[in-house]
Design a protein around this ligand. Structure first.
Ligand SMILES: [Fe+2]
Length: 440
């Protein structure tokens, strides 16, 4: 085993400047260079955890459609068995048990074991208590989650994050979401890429997944990959999550893209990235996406929401016009033809909403029976690179925008999608900044 990275210890958080001509959008990468460099070259190791068998970084995920299932993933230092125990909260019932699988990776000098297990036989609209561990004496604290209601017409609320990260700038967003979870006000979280901002420095994955555990261990946490996950061809991202397609049917089989449904909405979760930090929907993914969208039963799920990282549209000054145009050429006609209602994106560190639009023009200036998809850019949840400003003159398709840190709330109703964006302060106090209702 390699020595722990002590001799190469962190000296300072150094900013590395990468020429924008090489990697646009990565101009302000920063991580502890001495430690990061030693781990990158496999000269020493970065253990995930301080204790051998204690589970940490616990997070839940929904299956594609089967609501009797709930996925859970966690990390231990040693390779121990994967066991989840669960029962109805406050029931005094014996625990039901599920066993899982263990995986790992060694890129970036990381040492740890990643566990994935599935709770089965869950009833709708029911609160369960669960714990994960080795099946013997090393257990997590018990946490509770509530399954989705049986009635698909009941409104569901999802918090929407993008470009967040391990650092202090996400503290306000985390605190605001903790309050929503405590109040049982949200049914899940959608995070549209640039999840941890670890880049190639693996300990920041561990810091981030512990930071968001108070939320993600109590409501499902649905992620898609962003460019900050690209290191070692998305190895850490692929290993650490447990999305549909891995958990159950559909998608790429490696967490990169998948579909799921909840209440009155069908969600298509896309991968807009390549390992070279460019925008790209592969031909294989495009074909899969079109087949998924063509097969949606709109009487069961009248609304279709796409969520992925890189935007087709954004008027922010940091918008990369070249990649936006590329993605428009690749999938805009598909989104339009298949009547996708809402497209949730991130990558640009600001918030913006468009009117329904097609080929660079608004099709109308309201959201009643829209003729084209509406685009949201929500990349403002608080990352170390700070948020971006807007040009003085905005295109007429830009309906609302802010450069403040915050989060989105998407409410799925049988007859509308209700969207709001909240600005948060450092303590998590949330202020409504923007809202609209999209009527089918
Ligand atoms: Fe990004």
């Amino acid at each position: 085993a390699l020595p722990i990275c002590a001799v190469c210890d962190k000296v300072a958080e150094v900013k590395v400047q990468i020429p924008p001509a090489l990697f646009e959008g990565m101009e302000t990468l920063a991580w502890p260079i001495p430690l990061g460099a030693c781990a990158t070259f496999q000269l020493c190791s970065v253990p995930c955890c301080s204790e051998a068998n204690a589970p940490e970084q616990v997070h839940l995920s929904l299956a594609a459609k089967d609501r009797s299932l709930m996925g859970v993933s966690w990390v231990t230092l040693d390779e121990v068995p994967s066991v989840v125990q669960f029962r109805k909260a406050d029931s005094g019932d014996d625990f039901a048990t599920g066993t899982g699988t263990v995986t790992t990776y060694t890129q970036g000098g990381w040492v740890g074991s990643i566990h994935r297990a599935t709770m089965r036989g869950l009833e709708p609209d029911t609160t369960y208590s669960y714990r994960v561990g080795d099946g013997l004496d090393a257990w997590s604290a018990e946490a509770e989650f509530t399954t989705l209601p049986a009635d698909p017409t009941e409104p569901l609320v999802f918090a929407v994050l993008g470009d967040m990260g391990y650092g202090d700038k996400s503290n306000g967003t985390i605190a605001a979401l903790e309050k929503l979870v405590n109040d049982k006000a949200i049914h899940g979280v959608i995070h549209s890429g640039d999840v941890s901002y670890a880049d190639g420095f693996m300990p920041h994955w561990d810091v981030f997944l512990n930071k968001i555990q108070s939320i993600a261990s109590r409501v499902p946490y649905m992620v898609t990959p962003g460019n900050h996950e690209l290191w070692y061809n998305f190895t850490a991202y692929k290993a650490r999550f447990f999305m549909p397609g891995v958990l159950d049917e559909g998608g790429s089989g490696d967490n990169m893209y998948y579909s799921w449904q909840a209440g009155s909405a069908f969600f298509i979760a896309g991968n807009s990235e390549t390992a070279a930090d460019t925008a790209w929907f592969s031909p294989q993914e495009q074909e899969w996406m079109d087949a998924e969208l063509a097969a949606v039963d709109r009487s069961a799920t009248p609304f279709v929401v796409a969520h992925f990282h890189r935007p087709l549209y954004c008027s922010n000054s940091k918008q990369n016009a070249r990649f936006g145009k590329l993605l428009q050429a690749q999938i805009e006609d598909m989104l339009n033809t298949r009547d996708v209602n809402l497209v949730i994106q991130a990558h640009v560190h600001s918030y913006e909403r468009t009117y329904p639009m097609y080929k660079m023009n608004a099709t109308q200036f309201d959201y009643v029976a829209p003729k084209a998809p509406t685009y949201i850019i929500q990349g403002s949840s608080g990352n170390r690179e700070s948020n971006s400003g807007f040009p003085e003159t905005l295109p007429e398709w830009s309906a609302a925008h802010t450069s403040e840190i915050g989060f989105g709330l998407l409410t799925v109703n049988p007859t509308s999608l209700d969207w709001s964006f909240f600005i948060v302060d450092g303590d998590g106090a949330a202020t409504l900044e923007d809202q609209f209702q999209l009527q089918g």
